[in-house]
Structure formats: C-alpha cells, structure tokens
Design a protein around this ligand. Structure first.
Ligand SMILES: CC(C)(COP(=O)(O)OP(=O)(O)OC[C@H]1O[C@@H](n2cnc3c(N)ncnc32)[C@H](O)[C@@H]1OP(=O)(O)O)[C@@H](O)C(=O)NCCC(=O)NCCS
Length: 215
C-alpha cells in the first residue's frame, strides 16, 4: 500500500490537520502535508511540526452543546452522539475517583439539555476505546454499557487512537510499544485491528435510560 494511502485511510492525521471528514486526497492542507513528507528526512518530526502549526479544534464542528468534558452532536435521525475530551484542568485525572462527581454533574446537565432542546431524540450513542475502562463505564447507565459491541474500521478516528495518549497529551509508551510490536508480526491488512490493545466499543441506549439514571 502506498504510504499516502495508508496515512489517509489508516490514521487520524487527516481529521487532525484538515478538521473535516471529507477525506479528500486533493485537499490543499493534506497535499501540503504530503509534500513536506516527501521533502523531510524524518517523517515523524515533519508530522509533529505540521500538527503544531495547524489551528487546534478540540471538538468536531457538528457539536451542539458542551458540558465540561462531554459534548453531543446529532447522529442518525432520532439519535445524539456523545463525545468526550479532556477539558479537566484539575490536578487529578478527568476519570479519577476525585473527579467522578464533576463528570456525573456534566452528564446530568447534558442530558437535561437534550431533554429540553431535542424533543425528537430517542437514542443516545457513543463509540470509544474509553468504554473499556471501569473509570469511564461507571459514569453511564448499565443498560448503555451492557449493549456495547466492537466497532470495526475506525482507523481514521480518535475513538481508536486516543488510547495511546495520556491526559497531558503524552504518549502512553507501554501501549504504543505493544501496538508497534504486534503490527510487526502481522502479514495481512485485515489483522491490523487486533493489534490495538483496546477495541473501540459502540454503545447505544434509549434516551429514557439516561433520563432515569441522571435524575
Ligand atoms: C481520556 C484521557 C484523558 C485519559 O487520560 P489519563 O491520563 O489516563 O486519565 P485518568 O488518569 O483520568 O484515567 C483514568 C483511568 O483510566 C486508566 N486508563 C487510561 N487510559 C488507559 C489505557 N489506554 N489503557 C488502560 N487503562 C487506561 C488510567 O490508568 C486510570 O486508571 P487508574 O486511576 O487506575 O490509574 C486520555 O487518554 C486522552 O485525552 N485521550 C485522547 C482523547 C480521547 O481518546 N478521547 C476520546 C475520544 S472518543
């Protein structure tokens, strides 16, 4: 597979640099990144340099409302999609025991907002590696978490790659090394997904489960 294709289809770089989900190989920002890749000796250094000089949009443009670390966007008809990002400026980690009450209160506000503003919504859904963590799962209704299934083909998305970052934006070295080691052992592209230490999980639940849980 040509490197350009692998970068477009199997990494989160396009979304980070271009900030849309068109995956247009002729996009001028993407073309500038690829041109620099050809001219620079170290592809990692160039990628980081390019990233540092792009405006950083933390949330997707489709987000309707944000409550601390949580936000939501409209999904399929009758559905909203939950997003998480680390907006926590506290000494303790955003998913630590000390911050559970803050996260629950953000989710309560979000669900109240959905109830007041999105009368047509029937389902809340999410996709993330985070649903593997007890520290994250405890923030949600049991019926939401228990419906989790592995989401396939998420190579372009943060719900897969975010597992390699800690809350300071640094790389979780053990997870990254394990991943790199497993990739080296694969001989077929279909086996790439299993190299990730955590699989992204898709979770849907009726909105009533949320109304009840955060009441
Ligand atoms: C989500 C995020 C803030 C977690 O960072 P963190 O520094 O581990 O934060 P916390 O300390 O609050 O994590 C809570 C717990 O989860 C555990 N954990 C976090 N990432 C983990 C991983 N990849 N594998 C296993 N455990 C993990 C932590 O070890 C911690 O457990 P502990 O309290 O027993 O030590 C960070 O990974 C991140 O910003 N990722 C990028 C954004 C992202 O993925 N967003 C979701 C997109 S859907």
């Amino acid at each position: 597979m040509p490197l350009n294709e692998a970068l477009l289809d199997y990494t989160n770089l396009y979304v980070r640099f271009v900030a849309d989900r068109e995956f247009d190989r002729d996009n001028p920002v993407w073309s500038a990144y690829l041109a620099g890749l050809r001219d620079n000796i170290d592809p990692g250094d160039w990628t980081y340099h390019f990233y540092r000089h792009r405006p950083h949009r933390v949330q997707p443009a489709s987000v309707i409302a944000t409550f601390g670390c949580f936000s939501y966007a409209l999904g399929e008809p009758g559905q909203i999609r939950l997003h998480f990002h680390n907006a926590n400026r506290h000494w303790h980690g955003p998913l630590s025991d000390e911050r559970v009450s803050s996260r629950l209160s953000e989710l309560t506000s979000l669900v109240q907002h959905v109830r007041a503003q999105q009368g047509d919504v029937r389902q809340i859904a999410g996709v993330s590696w985070l649903y593997n963590l007890t520290a994250y799962r405890r923030l949600f209704p049991e019926s939401y978490i228990s419906a989790a299934t592995v989401a396939t083909n998420r190579f372009r998305n943060m719900p897969l790659w975010g597992q390699f970052l800690n809350r300071h934006g640094g790389v979780r070295k053990d997870a990254a090394m394990l991943f790199a080691r497993r990739v080296c052992d694969q001989t077929h592209v279909d086996d790439l997904a299993r190299c990730f230490p955590l699989q992204p999980l898709a979770v849907p639940a009726p909105v009533e489960a949320f109304y009840e849980f955060y009441a």
